[in-house]
Design a protein around this ligand. Structure first.
Ligand SMILES: [Ca+2]
Ligand SMILES: [Ca+2]
Length: 278
């Protein structure tokens, strides 16, 4: 039996006069390409003591790559990041904050999907340094299986950050699977100094030991307060329940003297204000 083929069941040992017997051969090569060889068996036929027949076949490996994020497909070649499939990492308050996204590579075709890049996941483009691969995928996927990888967005400066993910593989028509990823670091100074829903008091300012934040109206939502230093790092983060009478107290005695940005968020509304610590 030539390599790449196997006998299914039993080979007949006796064929009675005037009758036939059958046998089955299976092509079971796993490597892509052509296989051929000679199947031979011996008989007691005086002039065909050894009977040979040529077997040949072609193995087609036809893997199909697909990418998903947040349970949604990510098309190859897509050059606009989307929030719903997690290729858009969202907007973060300040640099120094990380956002982790998990993506899946699926093989929905036949044969073995091989991820041939080195590294398997490549991140390229102007802001590639702001994104890093923090969990590696497998490099081979059997039919019907999937593997996960994670990308972490850790921006170091303000603005919109874009990079391209490239996954080299053996899919016949998507051998270079690419998609854009994007994230944004919000610039606090672009925010208004007051909330449109009503005034906010921050006092004393300048201050040394503590800072009070007080809303002059009752709101139904949790209020998030952050203090950001001049490197864009969040140095204080507190939340307060809605209250008209009480002020939120933030201890700042441990902070270095300098100018800080206070960001206050109530629902979708945000405001920023400079705070001087001495
Ligand atoms: Ca394909
Ligand atoms: Ca595909």
């Amino acid at each position: 039996m030539p390599n790449g083929f196997s006998l299914v069941g039993i080979f007949p040992s006796v064929v009675s006069s005037g009758s036939t017997a059958s046998f089955q051969v299976q092509l079971d090569a796993s490597e892509e390409g052509n296989v051929t060889g000679t199947l031979s068996f011996t008989t007691n036929d005086p002039d065909q003591n050894t009977y040979g027949l040529t077997l040949s076949g072609t193995v087609i490996n036809n893997p199909e790559i697909n990418l998903t994020g947040n349970g949604k497909s990510i098309a190859s070649g897509s050059n606009a990041a989307q929030v719903d499939n997690h290729t858009h990492f969202g907007a973060v308050e300040a640099s120094g904050t990380s956002v982790v996204r998990t993506f899946f590579i699926e093989n929905t075709g036949d044969g073995i999907l091989k991820l041939t890049g080195n590294p398997v996941i490549q991140i390229t483009g102007a802001d590639a340094a702001d994104f890093s691969l923090t969990t590696q995928p497998a490099s081979e996927l059997n039919k019907g299986s999937q593997t996960a990888f994670q990308i972490t967005f850790t921006p170091t400066s303000a603005g919109v950050k874009q990079a391209q993910v490239v996954i080299a593989n053996n899919d016949a028509d998507e051998g270079n699977y690419t998609f854009m990823i994007e994230g944004e670091v919000l610039t606090p100074t672009a925010l208004p100094e007051q909330l449109s829903m009503g005034s906010v008091q921050t006092f004393p300012n300048p201050t040394s030991e503590r800072l009070f934040v007080k809303l002059n109206q009752v709101v139904a939502k949790t209020i998030q307060v952050q203090l950001i230093n001049n490197q864009g790092k969040v140095v204080k983060q507190q939340t307060m329940a809605s209250s008209k009478s009480k002020a939120l107290e933030i201890a700042i005695n441990d902070l270095k003297p300098g100018v800080y940005t206070l960001i206050l968020q109530v629902g979708e509304q945000r405001m920023a204000r400079k705070i001087v610590k001495y």
